[in-house]
Design a protein around this ligand. Structure first.
Ligand SMILES: Cc1cc2nc3c(=O)[nH]c(=O)nc-3n(C[C@H](O)[C@H](O)[C@H](O)COP(=O)(O)O)c2cc1C
Length: 174
């Protein structure tokens, strides 16, 4: 798959099967995250945590009431969660861009591996109210969980796409 086809084919998966994901694929996705651009090259302000422990995934899922959300929210049955945490500066902003870059790079790597993936922010944000769960992530001192990539095999076959599925308005100054 060439780079643009990879970019166009990425799609949020919300119907994961419980088929196990190969450890080498997970590691490849995590390593891809390390290739992301990060402001001022401050890679040590970021931390990546692999979570496959079913009890912890269930705890995250049940931390809040998601009954009014999409079916199987918030993790949609993803058997693998790759959590991206950051240290927050005094004026947090760039940290969220950094995490977004790592997340997208991992999402593209997962897509290239034929794995479903989804950017999860909402349920990770809500863990602010659940320090007992955050403690179980064993993060280094000062790191805050910001987003997680759900990864696994999609029950719906993934398609190869050759153009964007969304539109963002543009203008040109020539
Ligand atoms: C910063 C960010 C946060 C997101 N948070 C969630 C989330 O918490 N739950 C969810 O189901 N999807 C979440 N998404 C996925 C978006 O809803 C999805 O990317 C968007 O609707 C476009 O669809 P596509 O990914 O299939 O192209 C998030 C995406 C981004 C970039």
């Amino acid at each position: 798959m060439d780079a643009l086809t990879n970019i166009y084919s990425r799609i949020s998966t919300r119907d994961f099967s419980n088929t196990p994901v190969a450890e080498e694929d997970i590691r490849a996705i995590m390593h891809a995250g390390m290739a992301a651009p990060v402001g001022r090259g401050l890679y040590d302000t970021l931390h990546i945590t692999l979570i496959t422990k079913k009890e912890l995934l269930d705890e995250i899922s049940k931390a809040e009431d998601y009954s009014g959300a999409r079916p199987n929210a918030p993790l949609y049955g993803a058997p693998v969660l790759i959590l991206v945490s950051s240290k927050l500066g005094e004026k947090p902003a760039i940290e969220y861009s950094n995490v977004g870059c790592v997340m997208q790079t991992m999402a593209l790597a997962a897509t290239a591996k034929g794995l479903g993936n989804i950017y999860l922010w909402g349920c990770i944000y809500r863990l602010k109210s659940h320090p007992n769960i955050v403690k179980k992530f064993e993060l280094p001192e000062g790191f805050v969980p910001i987003s997680a990539l759900g990864v696994g095999y999609s029950k719906t076959p993934l398609e190869t796409t050759h153009k964007p599925r969304h539109v963002i308005s543009t203008n040109s100054i020539r």
